[in-house]
Design a protein around this ligand. Structure first.
Ligand SMILES: [Zn+2]
Length: 185
């Protein structure tokens, strides 16, 4: 479970709840700004279809930040949120973990990434839908957390992806995220 923490939006100082209870103002000398509840980072699962997007090929070639559609959830997804990458298809499962590094914006697909898409209609979607960049902290191409393993797990078997497979972005609970970390990193 994440603990509540508070931030100073003027100088960036972060304070835990116990300290906030003593004084709701920034403890930095000369700052003294009223502290605000720090938004907790959220967790998401992003899915690609390997027959549309050659994520595996790209990941073998580069680990540069990658642009992802965040379609319906753009209002909720924020810079700093944590993500797991899911491949659909025959080798379905989780292959990477990372972090969202930009707030969602309507930005055409970057040129470098374009060649990995086999479906140009999909590329077009970046022109009128929100997308965000993601940076990977862990990639485990050879040892994915397979769909089969997820289905057998008490916690992960309840993930949305296993119920409805049609979308790109799925919410993960804090408990699901912790379990994914336990089983991968
Ligand atoms: Zn401050």
């Amino acid at each position: 479970m994440q603990k509540l923490s508070y931030e100073c939006r003027r100088c960036g100082r972060i304070v835990i709840y116990e300290q906030y209870k003593n004084s709701p103002f920034c403890p930095d000398l000369g700052c003294g700004t009223k502290l605000q509840l720090k938004p907790q980072s959220k967790h998401w699962l992003f899915q690609f279809n390997p027959s549309v997007y050659n994520w595996f090929g790209r990941t073998k070639e580069t680990r540069e930040a990658e642009q992802w559609l965040v379609s319906q959830l753009w209002k909720l997804i924020r810079k700093g949120d944590l993500i797991a990458i899911w491949s659909s298809g025959q080798k379905a499962g989780i292959y990477a973990l990372g972090q969202v590094i930009t707030d969602p914006a309507k930005t055409p697909l970057n040129i470098g990434q374009k060649k990995y898409f086999s479906d140009l209609d999909y590329v077009e979607k970046f022109c009128d839908k929100y997308s965000a960049y993601v940076e990977y902290s862990h990639v485990f191409l050879e040892k994915p957390l397979t769909q089969e393993a997820c289905s057998r797990d008490d916690v992960l078997s309840k993930m949305q992806i296993l119920v409805n497979q049609q979308r790109t972005n799925f919410r993960l609970t804090g408990e699901e995220w912790d379990r994914i970390l336990e089983l991968t990193v």
